[in-house]
Ligand binder design. Structure first.
Ligand code: AGP
Length: 604
């Protein structure tokens, strides 16, 4: 995955602005970066491998001349992260500059064809073919925009593209299956992979759709369908995310900032328009067969939701990891199937493949996502925005608890619709949901220091084991994912201890038990004892004052009493997010930038 951004200003120098915007896209990739500008009929370019700060320190990205430019921050997919493979990519004469996010599947055959015509390629990337294709069509007599359109028509795969041409006071952008948004500013026009990139400059946003090409000038934009060249009329929408929401606000890392944003995000999820949740509940009720499909953290939200649906609404469902969905259920899908897809980004390739496959077989598609205008929102019959605001940290934190909150509301609605929850009970559950933001704030206030100390003590451990039963099996899985993702400590998650686990455990093992006061508590305490006997250090998350847990665990993180087990996943995941965060920091790692991982996996 990569981030692209660019701008065409009415007056002034664009390079510092692109540099600044690129910084807000680093979560999309950070192995190399580059900027190209156009000034007085010439393209100027600087690019190199390394993070934006490193490249800027070496090259000074701010002194490129001109008021038109494009930038790119890369996460390599084709070609190693080297200077030559960094974007932008140029044509033979250095008159066309291209930045791209996505994968051009047929680049090898296009490259062969262009090389036979005499084009010389500098990089190993798929993207470079675009610059040469545009050059080729222009050499054949087409104007810049027409040449871009013809070039793009030749591409198979996914792309968010932006193209500059020497002597042209325009930027051409196009989108297929990779996110691309335009920003309409008073001082000029912007484009980016994601809104936070240009949010300090404008909050008037146009979301581009698949198959569209936009021509940006300093005073506006024109969008056309690439296939029939019809004009698309789309007005900008006002985005109410503040710039502050997209920046670190004094926290050392985005992840910690986002962990602390959870009380506010949870409140926002409770202000959702009920109409879409009601509609979604109706679709869930009538589904003959219901699949909850997602990847990673969003899958853990689905896993928890299957317990919520079952216990609150007597509604059976299959939580499925998106990459396995077609293999496992492809043959059984039909008009009676409903897929509730959960994806923070709305762009995860495996989730979208599963959804598209099911949609082609007449299944009903429902979506929960954080990104309005994402591909998932366009594929879904009904979607609900989870209201988390942008999440920059690669590790999902606030988006997970927001998903849980939305899905719990949905389960309550479904339970009421199906007559499994009475009105009074429904209202009580809602009241408790409204208390969870304050409970979360209290946990952050009162437990962060303790968890930081635990991380200090255990950061050198070489293995962790997370144990949680019932709905908190999802919490165990998510706690493990967080630790693996940002601290790289081998970890396992179990719903109940199986014999072979005892071979894994030794004196260096940290066993984390998610042990609220419910009907699994006794079994979990027994399992803590068994693990302690074989040398494990026990950390328990338990209800305030649980003496029996305190007797067996080495450390207890006390959490407030909840009236219902089904409401515990949100408060109980918070200490585990902090544990992963501080362990990563203790190990000298950057939790915002786990190695070999990008925020959103938009290619398979
Ligand atoms: C979570 O911390 C990870 N970054 C990752 O597993 C993520 O949850 C997964 O890729 C799904 O992303 P999505 O919600 O945007 O579809």
């Amino acid at each position: 995955m990569c981030g692209i951004v660019g701008c065409i200003l009415k007056v002034g120098s664009v390079a510092p602005l692109i540099h600044d915007s690129l910084k807000r896209l680093e979560y999309r990739g950070y192995d190399s970066c580059g900027v190209a500008t156009m000034d007085r009929g010439r393209i100027y370019m600087k690019k190199d491998s390394g993070s934006i700060d490193e490249v800027h320190a070496r090259l000074n990205l701010d002194d490129l001349p001109g008021r038109i430019g494009v930038g790119h921050t890369r996460w390599a997919t084709h070609g190693a992260p080297t200077q030559v493979n960094a974007h932008p990519h140029l044509d033979c004469k250095g008159r066309i500059a291209v930045v791209h996010n996505g994968i051009i599947e047929n680049f090898a055959e296009l490259r062969r064809e262009l090389e036979e015509k005499g084009h010389r390629f500098a990089s190993k990337t798929d993207t470079e073919v675009v610059a040469h294709l545009v050059e080729d069509y222009m050499a054949g007599g087409l104007g810049f925009v027409e040449a871009c359109r013809e070039a793009i028509k030749r591409l198979r795969g996914s792309y968010a593209l932006a193209i500059l041409c020497a002597g042209e006071e325009r930027i051409v952008c196009a989108r297929k299956e990779s996110p691309l948004v335009l920003g309409v500013g008073a001082d000029g026009m912007y484009f980016a992979s994601d809104i936070p990139a240009f949010l300090p400059y404008t909050n008037r946003v146009v979301v581009m759709e698949d198959g569209e090409l936009a021509v940006l000038t300093d005073s506006g934009y024109e969008i056309r369908r690439i296939d029939d060249w019809s004009l698309v009329s789309r007005e900008p929408k006002l985005i109410d995310w503040s710039v502050d929401m997209a920046e670190k606000q004094g926290y050392p890392h985005f992840m910690l900032k986002e962990i602390h944003e959870q009380p506010r995000c949870l409140r926002d999820t409770l202000r959702l328009q009920p109409v879409y949740l009601d509609l979604m509940a109706k679709f869930l009720d009538r589904a003959q067969e219901l699949f909850l499909v997602a990847c990673g953290t969003s899958y853990h939200a689905c896993l928890a939701t299957s317990y919520l649906f079952s216990k609150l609404a007597c509604r059976g469902s299959h939580p499925v990891i998106a990459s396995e969905f077609i293999q496992n259920y492809g043959n059984t899908l039909g008009i009676g199937s409903t897929v509730l897809a959960v994806s923070q980004s709305g762009e995860t390739a495996d989730t979208l493949s599963a959804v598209s496959y099911a949609k082609d077989r007449a299944a009903t598609i429902l979506g929960i996502t954080n990104v309005v205008g994402s591909t998932l929102t366009r594929l879904a019959r009904v979607y609900v925005c989870q209201q988390s605001g942008p999440e920059i940290g690669v590790a999902a934190t606030k988006t997970y608890t927001s998903q849980l909150s939305v899905l719990t509301q949905l389960a309550i609605k479904l339970g009421m619709l199906r007559g499994k929850i009475g009105h009074v009970e429904g209202e009580e559950l809602h009241e408790w949901l409204w208390r969870i933001p304050d409970i979360t704030a209290e946990i952050l206030d009162s437990r962060e220091k303790q968890v930081m100390e635990l991380a200090k003590r255990y950061a050198g451990s070489d293995k962790f084991l997370f144990v949680g039963r019932g709905i908190n099996y999802a919490t165990a899985m998510e706690g493990r994912l967080k630790l693996l993702e940002i601290a790289y400590i081998p970890s396992l998650a179990y719903a109940g201890l199986e014999d072979h686990v005892f071979g894994f455990v030794d004196g260096g093992t940290i066993a984390v038990f998610i042990c609220p006061n419910n009907n699994s508590r006794k079994v979990l305490i027994d399992e803590m004892n068994l693990l302690r006997d074989v040398g494990a250090n026990i950390i328990a998350l338990a209800e305030e004052g649980d003496v029996e847990v305190a007797e067996v665990a080495d450390d207890v993180v006390w959490l407030p009493a909840m009236p219902l087990d089904l409401l515990t996943p949100i408060p109980y995941i918070v200490p585990l997010q902090l544990l992963a965060y501080y362990t990563s920091v203790e190990r000298g790692l950057n939790p915002d930038r786990p190695r070999n991982l990008a925020k959103s996996v938009t290619v398979k």
